[in-house]
Design a binder for this molecule. Structure first.
Ligand SMILES: Cc1ncc(COP(=O)(O)O)c(C=O)c1O
Length: 1018
């Protein structure tokens, strides 16, 4: 090993010239160059060529000089894609010559070409230049792969593997704090770095890309012109090459880790690094500096000041102090990210897992945050009173402002978004440790603002990692860290800040929590660090960070790194993305545009209309990120945006959509499948696009075959939107704008058992109500008329969710058929298994209609409808006139219809409807026992009604109460409707996937609403 204390060679300029001439045949002028332990001369040959004569320290073993020569020779032969000095052979054809020094010692000599360019030390270190330096080193080391020489297997002070030896030099460091600083780094090196170094890839590396050994192009200062001085080359870990180059390149820069990241990424692009190498890089950069400053201290002690040694000492100390203040895991995250690796191992897998499993998390609040009315807390606005008072540590004023805002706007949950730039972080702790002069202003958690005492729950099973009190003003107060290790996901941590101190007593590190278990309560300002009460909820994909080390606020420059290390916790907390981003027109703008562009006859639900932007299962999500439980819209039979239906539609639409005049498999397959759900005999299908069209076809069939026009309907029925159907819909023709009952329409009483005369025995309700039909047929007969058909919903819905008395349709169908009319069952609302026990609601009456019409749920939102009838009727209708419906039965519609049938069967949704429907009826009946206003509860499967009355005896409709419940449920995030001639029946038709949990949510909201409406009336 070279003895660094051995005196450098002492040849004069003239001697150097003479040696160059005699050994290498180069007649040249000589000038002296700096060198620590050898002697170097710059030679300018007569013909203008430039050379360096190196006179090697006499203590250097011959093998090392031979190694240098072999290395340069290897690079010359392999043609490394980076300029390096070229060897000039002696006149004897050898690479090395020898000379005797003043004391008779032997020195090896070699002559190499002089490379043009200026030292990196004199160039501005732009990101581009650093990237190019990394790339040049990457190319160099790629060229050195596979090269080996016995001289490379040396070990000396500058070998990163020997960094621990710096401990022996600590005593030469005068300042105690400086010694302690190096001691800390050395402790970490010994404990955590040295043991891992041995297993890293190693090869011959340059090992000294300091900014005097790197040349920059004189004309293009971002280009590397060459790399010189292979005197420190050795067999060492590849990553040491990067670490050494970084250690020098990042001295005195504004953002040292950013600069190191540029260089490392450049290297990685040419010579792919491994994660385990980058994970040690920060420490190795540090250790290169530790070696440097400790050697300087030692040399100072031994030989006094040497300008070459001291050259990088002061900046090195400055950098060491900055690196000491940094969290090395964050620095490593920046380096990893720059090379395209996860900022923390597994970070992407964790965010992917959270995204993929978002539907399975337990709610973090008593009521799921998605369902609450939310607003962003104005911390993004520096001038806002809430921001100003929060930053000024006046939490009570901030809280008062927020509470008043919530009360005025019906807001239940305030949101402080991830990434928001905030001015509230005023103290010194918010200076960046990475970027000089930058502040940390970007919020890296998700804030949930609710009153102090609000309970919060873990979305996933967890182990308590830590519970502590952080006392800093505007700190976290009580701070909890939970570790989660869900199956199929790398472990990660959630941070819960600003909690009530009570958690210190209720949670113990190591304690296991089940998903949904209580974590604690939001703290009051006195306990939460002095903030308006809220939870700071954050994810750390690095599970090894201590709670206090997790960055709650980050600098702008590294937001993309923090996004991986501390990803937005909104999905884990169940906050819909719409909470944060709005697009399209505002609600008032849409209302205004509708007024000018659309028919005024279109109605809008609710006095304050809702703008929905997304549907998902049982939920409809509005433009403000609030999820409403949809218990009303029976079109989304399988739930909104059901993936099977979406897929079926998309696949078929991408392939072919045409009409029934061409042959296609889907229409016949669908007809087979649909008719198979119906009773024997109902075997011929026809497809259309809306319930109205299906009903219209049913009318056309009946009238064509019977030759009659007259119709029998039930009072308050609705059958569709065309004029001929409005004429059959008392619900329309009797109300505003209606012209009253047309002469060809005969109306029978609604067979509403709840409103049956008190003296009618229940078992006689069917025949008593059927009497009304008998009377209508008789009235027709007297006028010499007879019905073409009788049409009714199998459970009249707009009439107020009226369930027909048992046996009613049987009696009625017999009468109609006896009068020569057809029986049409309108199953547009109630079909497709909604009643649970049967596919079709008419089946619950034990009858088989002549014609069945279907719509709404048939395509889960895709506009389609169907009619099914008997072979006989179909044949009799075939009078030569074509039935063509442009869109009816197209391949895309049939694909949607098939998917709907598949899912109902596959997921046993009829069973679910029966089960959850029965559960809801039971829960509603329980409410009925407690709320006098509930006169009647009725339901079959997921077709449900609650009739509200002011007096159970008189059954006076409680219309105003029903409207308030409807509005109150909406205000609480649940969509229901009111129905019936007096609008006093709460109507519910939730999707067939409605679960008991959804049912509990609905009942919970109804309970709250009933109580509130009653309290308001009191
Ligand atoms: C019972 C009933 N039949 C028919 C229709 C008409 O269906 P569409 O609006 O699809 O034309 C409706 C629509 O509300 C309905 O409720």
């Amino acid at each position: 090993m070279t003895d660094v204390t051995y005196p450098a060679p002492q040849f004069s300029l003239d001697q150097a010239k003479a040696l160059a001439a005699s050994h290498f045949g180069v007649a040249a002028r000589a000038s002296s160059l700096d060198s620590e332990r050898d002697q170097n001369f710059k030679l300018t040959a007569a013909e203008g060529s430039l050379w360096i004569l190196k006179i090697v320290n006499a203590s250097e073993p011959a093998s090392e000089s031979e190694f240098q020569v072999a290395l340069l020779d290897h690079l010359a032969r392999t043609g490394a894609d980076v300029a390096v000095p070229r060897l000039r052979l002696t006149q004897d054809g050898t690479a090395l010559a020898h000379a005797t020094g003043v004391a008779g010692e032997q020195h090896a000599l070699r002559l190499v070409s002089w490379l043009p360019g200026m030292p990196l030390a004199e160039a501005a270190r732009t990101p581009e230049l650093l990237g190019n330096l990394g790339a040049a080193l990457g190319r160099l080391d790629r060229a050195l792969q596979g090269f080996i020489h016995p001289g490379a297997l040396r070990s000396f002070d500058w070998d990163i593997r020997q960094a621990g030896a710096a401990r022996g030099r600590l005593r030469h460091v005068d300042d105690a704090e400086d010694r302690a600083l190096l001691g800390r780094f050395l402790d970490r090196f010994d404990a955590e770095v040295a043991p891992r170094l041995a297993s890293l890839r190693a090869q011959v590396i340059h090992n000294d890309a300091n900014d005097w050994n790197v040349l920059v192009d004189d004309n293009d200062h971002n280009r590397i012109a060459g790399i010189i001085d292979f005197g420190d080359a050795l067999y060492s870990p590849v990553i040491a090459e990067v670490a050494v180059a970084c250690a020098y390149s990042i001295l005195d820069v504004e953002d040292p880790i950013g600069a190191a990241a540029q260089l490392t990424a450049g290297f990685h692009a040419e010579y792919p690094l491994r994660e385990e190498e980058i994970d040690l890089l920060f420490d190795l950069i540090v250790m290169r500096l530790v070696i440097s400053v400790s050697l300087s201290a030692q040399r100072k002690a031994q030989v006094g000041d040497n300008p070459y040694l001291a050259i990088s000492e002061a900046p090195a100390w400055r950098l060491l102090r900055r690196l000491d203040a940094m969290n090395r895991r964050f620095a490593t995250a920046i380096l990893r990210h720059a090379c395209g690796f996860d900022a923390a191992p597994g970070a992407k897998a964790i965010t992917d897992w959270i995204k993929a499993n978002k539907k399975s998390f337990a709610p973090v609040l008593d009521r799921h945050p998605a369902t609450l009315a939310k607003a962003l807390v104005p911390y993004g606005d520096p001038a806002h009173p809430m921001t100003v008072t929060s930053a000024g540590r006046e939490p009570d004023k901030a809280t008062a402002w927020w509470d008043a805002y919530c009360a005025e706007n019906g807001i239940a949950l305030g949101i402080g978004p991830w990434g928001e730039a905030r001015t509230v972080y005023t103290s010194d702790i918010f200076w960046s440790r990475f970027v000089e002069g930058a502040r940390r202003v970007h919020h890296l958690g998700l804030d949930l603002f609710m009153p102090a005492g609000t309970r919060v729950y873990t979305p996933l099973a967890a182990t308590v990692k830590s519970v502590e009190i952080e006392e800093d003003p505007l700190g976290y107060g009580c701070l909890i860290a939970l570790e989660h290790s869900p199956e199929g996901c790398p472990p990660f941590v959630t941070l819960w800040g600003h909690m009530a101190h009570e958690a210190m007593a209720s949670l113990m590190p190591g304690q296991e929590l089940e998903a949904g278990a209580l974590v604690g309560e939001m703290g009051a300002p006195a306990e939460n660090g002095g903030w308006a009460p809220h939870l700071h909820f954050q994810i750390s994909t690095d599970p090894d960070l201590a709670a206090r080390d997790i960055l709650g606020v980050g600098e702008a420059r590294y937001l993309d790194v923090w996004a991986e290390l501390f990803p937005d916790a909104a999905t884990l907390a169940g906050i819909p993305p719409e909470t944060f981003h709005r697009d399209g027109r505002t609600r008032p703008e849409i209302v205004a545009a509708r007024k000018t562009l659309l028919l005024p006859n279109l109605s809008i639900s609710y006095s304050e209309p809702i703008k929905f932007v997304r549907g998902e299962g049982v939920w409809l999500i509005d433009d403000r990120g609030r999820a409403y439980l949809d218990c009303f819209n029976n079109v989304c039979h399988l739930g909104h945006a059901h993936p099977d239906v979406v897929e079926a539609i998309a696949t078929q639409a991408a392939k072919l959509n045409t009409n029934t005049r061409y042959l296609h498999d889907a229409i016949v397959t669908y007809a087979e499948r649909l008719t198979a759900t119906l009773p024997e005999g109902l075997s011929v299908a026809s497809f259309a696009c809306s319930g109205s069209e299906a009903n219209s076809l049913a009318l056309r069939m009946s009238r064509t075959i019977t030759g009659r026009n007259d119709a029998l309907v039930l009072d308050w029925a609705y059958h569709g939107t065309t004029q001929e159907l409005i004429d059959l819909s008392p619900y329309k023709y009797k109300r505003k704008g209606g012209k009253g009952r047309p002469a060809h329409v005969f109306e029978a009483t609604i067979p509403d058992s709840y409103h049956a005369p008190a003296d009618w025995p229940v078992e006689e309700h069917a025949s008593r109500f059927a009497q009304s039909i008998a009377e209508q047929i008789e009235a027709m007969r007297k006028e010499g008329r007879a019905p073409a058909f009788f049409i009714a919903e199998s459970i009249p819905s707009v009439a107020g969710q009226v369930f027909l008395p048992e046996g009613y349709l049987k009696e009625l169908y017999a009468m109609v058929r006896a009068a020569g009319g057809f029986c049409i069952a309108d199953e547009v609302q109630v079909g497709f298994g909604r009643v649970g026990s049967h596919w079709w609601a008419f089946e619950t009456q034990g009858v088989t209609p002549d014609i069945v019409t279907m719509g709404k749920p048939i395509g889960n939102g895709h506009p389609m409808s169907a009619l099914v009838t008997t072979r006989d009727i179909a044949d009799r209708f075939d009078n030569g006139m074509e039935y063509f419906n442009t869109f009816g039965g197209n391949p895309v519609s049939c694909a949607a219809g098939l998917a709907v049938l598949d899912v109902i069967e596959r997921d046993r949704l009829r069973d679910n409807a029966a089960d959850v429907g029965a559960y809801l009826v039971e829960r509603f009946k329980d409410m009925q026992r407690r709320y006098e206003v509930i006169g009647d509860v009725r339901g079959m499967g997921l077709f449900l009604g609650i009739e509200l009355v002011t007096d159970r005896r008189t059954k006076e409709p409680a219309t105003a109460f029903a409207r308030k419940v409807n509005d109150g449920a909406r205000a609480r995030g649940v969509l229901i409707g009111t129905e019936g001639p007096h609008d006093n029946v709460l109507k519910m038709r939730p999707p067939m996937i409605f679960s008991r949990r959804d049912a509990d949510h609905l009942v919970g909201v109804l309970e709250e609403t009933f109580a509130a409406v009653l309290a308001e009336g009191a």
